[in-house]
Write a protein that binds this ligand. Structure first.
Ligand SMILES: [Zn+2]
Ligand SMILES: [Zn+2]
Length: 306
């Protein structure tokens, strides 16, 4: 009796040839079939939001808890940047901290794109940890104009909370490392404010003052438009493309500098294929156009339930 080498292709197969007394040969084949991941049926995830919030809706207003978290987040970011400046001054190095800060700014844009892609495409309101953000972003695709009516701390508090939890311990450990602090301060600051940059990208030149009512007298809206036009902040035209079919591009919302590279090289589409074949999860963007993505007019009286 002898055994042929085992082959490990899609199916593990063992073949045994045996000689009997009459020198006749027969084969015994056993097959082990690997269990494939169960693929999701073509069902669109549901959203819990049924109607768009009204302009004076309490869900768009800042609470003292929101303001406290934004204050904690800003304090954490400023502590990082101050540590970087003080450390640079003490050690007489400036180029490296400035460069690491610039890399932090680029990193924040990439991070905002990856995170936005993830919550736009996977999970729903019931997903642990991210459910609220996923629901909010799905609602944003249906009623994008509401972001311009959302108050500042209401819009930023979720990211400010994450920044406080993650960056504060880093500040305590690396406070004497100006290069690390430069990167951390810029990256976390841009990530925390990415929702504000996102809100500005939904303004029009004429409407931008309404977005930042409190600061319009200081000339900030003009500065915002100039920064958008220069590509420092994500532009209104670039982000507008995200809200149009095929709803699978321009995910980055800090500067948008990564959007072209990621979209031209189909990076997210490649990741979606990997996730589908490994885990069987379909991204929402494969199922468009459907009413989850389609924008409703601002004054639409439609009540929508999926
Ligand atoms: Zn989106
Ligand atoms: Zn948007």
């Amino acid at each position: 009796m002898f055994t042929l080498p085992q082959h490990h292709l899609h199916q593990a197969t063992t073949i045994r040839y045996r000689h009997n007394r009459d020198h006749r040969i027969y084969c015994a084949i056993t097959t082990q079939v690997k269990t494939r991941p169960k693929l999701e049926p073509l069902v669109i995830n549901t959203t819990t939001l049924a109607t768009p919030p009204k302009a004076d809706d309490p869900s768009l207003k800042s609470t003292w808890s929101h303001r406290a978290w934004v204050g904690a987040g800003c304090g954490t970011v400023l502590a990082s940047l101050a540590s970087s400046v003080v450390g640079s001054y003490d050690s007489h190095i400036w180029l490296e901290p400035v460069l690491s800060g610039f890399i932090g700014y680029l990193f924040a844009d990439l991070g905002s794109g990856v995170y936005h892609w993830g919550i736009d495409n996977y999970g729903d309101a019931s997903t642990p940890v991210f459910g609220t953000q996923i629901d909010a972003f799905q609602g944003h695709h249906k009623w994008p104009w509401t972001i311009t009516k959302r108050q500042f701390a209401n819009n930023l508090h979720a990211l400010a909370r994450v920044v406080t939890y993650i960056v504060l311990p880093i500040d305590l450990v690396f406070h004497d490392q100006p290069v690390v602090m430069g990167f951390v301060g810029m990256a976390s600051g841009c990530i925390m404010f990415s929702q504000q940059f996102h809100a500005w990208a939904h303004g029009t030149k004429s409407k931008l003052p309404a977005v930042v009512v409190a600061l319009q007298d200081a000339g900030l809206p003009a500065v915002v438009v100039a920064l958008q036009d220069a590509g420092v902040l994500v532009s209104r035209s670039q982000h507008a493309a995200h809200h149009k079919q095929p709803y699978n591009n321009n995910y980055c919302i800090v500067s948008g500098v990564w959007n072209r590279f990621l979209d031209d090289h189909k990076v997210f589409e490649a990741l979606e294929m990997v996730i589908y074949f490994k885990l069987g999860l379909r991204p929402r963007s494969w199922s468009e156009p459907n009413s989850d993505w389609t924008e409703e007019a601002e004054d639409s009286p439609v009540t929508y339930v999926t």
